[in-house]
Each structure stands twice: as structure tokens, then as C-alpha cells.
Design a protein around this ligand. Sequence first.
Ligand code: ACO
Length: 379
Amino acid sequence: MTEEKVQLYRGLREVYIDRTTSSFIDGDIGKLLYRGYNIDDLAVKSTFEETAYLVMYGELPTREQLAAFDSELKASRGLPGEILDVIKLTRNSHPMDVLRTAISALSAYDADTEDNSTEATLRKGVRLTAQAPTIVAAHARIRDGNDPVDPDPSVNHATNFLQMLNGEAPDPQDAALIDKDFVLHAEHGINASAFGARVAASTIADLHCAITTGVAVLKGPSHGGAAEEVMKMAQEIGSEENAEKYVRDRLDGGGRIMGFGHRVYKAIDPRSVHLQEDAKALGERKGEPGWFGILQNVIEVMEPYRRRGIYQNVDFFSGTIYYLLGIPDDLFISIFAMGRVPGWTAQVVEQFENNILLRPRLQYTGEMDRTYVPIEERS
Ligand code: ACO
């Protein structure tokens, strides 16, 4: 047995792997900027379409640029019939698996698939941003035995998604919440899914490969899967009075409270602040304030964990919002993914523009130079 003397960075904690101008996170004070703009401003003043443009192209659009971008998004919402067949074939899988498979399959129908130029990558990013909600909504309807609803070019991205999902025009206040949720999820530096996307891009694989990877990595409960888990937890808790005992039992049993903790934020995740206000208002508007009350009590019981930098993250309240909007639990991560396509695209463009193969090392700790024994002589 031999051990090389190496500096290990398990989990790449605090390791900077490159430079970016896409987003800035100060985890100590809970600050997040997209292309230099504070998400506190974008969340209340921008729209998903405008923010997606900002994230992908680096600047806030002029009126004309936004109109052209919006038209491009709207024109790209449809899916080839073959992709609907793929969705039908995989209808019993988790929505994230269907999204991942359909995005992968879309590479067969995109004229720019093999073109890794910045222009083509951005064109594909726009198309995938537009197509992702259509995939998710079509799958949700097909698995329930309903026909998919065609995209509606007369409404915005968020409204169109809810309309394709539910088969009727949504309450504008509900659509505005989804729009804001997409804004808050649009980009977040080199998190695990963006890292996965960049690893794919670093081999000079194309954007469909990279985003398929991003979706795959996002699925896990340590990343995007937490929103679904938080709502399950709220349902298990069942009442505000039960929150304290539930949290203590879970922590005493060595479990984690989903929607808490973050690799980078050691203060409140600024996205969760916006979603907290929205979850409260939505609960009151829908006549179901109890879920917010339960989660509020969880936060109170988790108060001592703040000393260790463990606060609620973006996933803590997003699940409640989706739930109150009547969206099935297993679609929660896909909504995160829909919002994140512009961020993954921006990361891939950056990777291509100054590419270096992402290929770290592993320290070998196994046995050395063993003698090969033929199978008939092995005991
Ligand atoms: N509940 C209880 N304790 C926690 C939690 C939590 N949610 N998160 C971290 N801790 C504790 C760990 O038990 C550990 O304690 P120890 O040092 O006594 O062993 C310590 O905090 C550090 O935890 P790590 O797992 O080493 O921290 P890391 O930075 O690797 O983890 C992660 C970050 C995976 C997000 C973690 O906080 C977690 O599992 N949270 C729950 C899942 C979740 O909400 N994920 C969504 C993240 S946001 C996003 O991806 C969009």
C-alpha cells in the first residue's frame, strides 16, 4: 500500500476553478448578483424573459432587443412530434428523467447541435429555455391521460407554462409568482449542476450534452431535489405544534432538515427571503396559511444552527409555493431546471470561450503491484 503526498480538496470545497462574469455570490452576507445586478432588484423589477437575456448576453436588453428575444423564445416553444413520442414512451419516469431524456433527444432535431460557436450555443440556449416548460407540461398531462396543450405565443413564459400544465389560463398573480421564481433560479455560479454542465463542455461536447448533464446533476436531493423533500417534510409534520418535535427527532436521529444549509451561503440565501414573503402571501390568498406556519416554526427550531452558518436556502419555500399553486410534488425540481437553463447556457459559453479540460485527480489508496492469479487458482 502506498500513499502519495497530495493536497486533497474533497468536494472541491472553496476551490476556485475559473473566472466568471455570470454571477457573483457573497455567501457570508447572502448577496447574489447576476451580471452585476442584485437579485433583490431583479426579483421585483425584472421579468424572466429580461433576466434570461441578461444572464445569457451579459447586458440588460433594450426594448427592441427584448422584443426580438421574446419573439425568439415564443417561436421556439413547440416540440417535434418525435419528442412527444419520447415523452409518451417514458411517461412513467420521474419528470426530471423525462426532461433529461427529452433534452438529450432534442439534439437530434436542432440544426445547430454540433456548432459550439458562441452564437450557436446561445441560439440553442434560447431554444432549450423555451422548450423545457413544454416538455415538463406535456409530460405532466400525458401521464394523467390528457392531451398536451399547445404553447400560446400570446402570453409570457411563466403564463404559458401554467397554461400548458393546467389547460386553462392561470390567475395572473399565480403566473407572476412563477415568473419571479424563474428569475430567482436563473443562474448561480459553479454549483453542482453547472459544474456538471461545464465538465461536459470542457470536453468540447455540445450544449445539449451539457444541459442534459446539468439536469441529471440537479435531480439529487442535495441540490434541486430539496424543494420536493421540504414539502414532504411539511406534510409529515402536519401541524404547527408538531414542528418542534419533528425537527428535534430528525436531528437527534442524525437526519438533516431539507431546505437548510448551503455550500456557499453561510447567511440567509437571499433568494429564500423573496420566496418566504411570496409563500406567506400566497398561503393567505389561497386560504391555506398553515403550511407557511409549519415552515416558520421549523425555522425557529433551527435557529441555533445559524451559529454554524446553516440557514434556510432557496428550496425551503419554493416547494410550498408550487404546492399552493396546485403543482404536483414531483414537478418541483423540473421548475427549478426550467429557470436554470439560461444560467447553464451562460456557464457553457464561458467554458467554451476560454476552454480547459476539467480533469482533476484522485489519490490512489488501494494496493500496489499485486500478482495476477489465474481464475482456476483463486480460492
Ligand atoms: N440539516 C442539519 N444539519 C445540516 C444540514 C441540514 N440541512 N446541512 C448541513 N448540516 C450540518 C451537517 O450535518 C454537518 O455537520 P457536522 O460538521 O457536524 O458533520 C455540517 O452542517 C456541514 O455539512 P456538509 O454536508 O459538510 O456541508 P456541505 O456544504 O457539503 O452541504 C448541503 C451542503 C448538501 C446543501 C447540505 O447543507 C444539505 O444536505 N442540506 C439539505 C439539502 C438541501 O437543502 N439542499 C439544497 C441546497 S440549495 C440548492 O442546491 C439549490
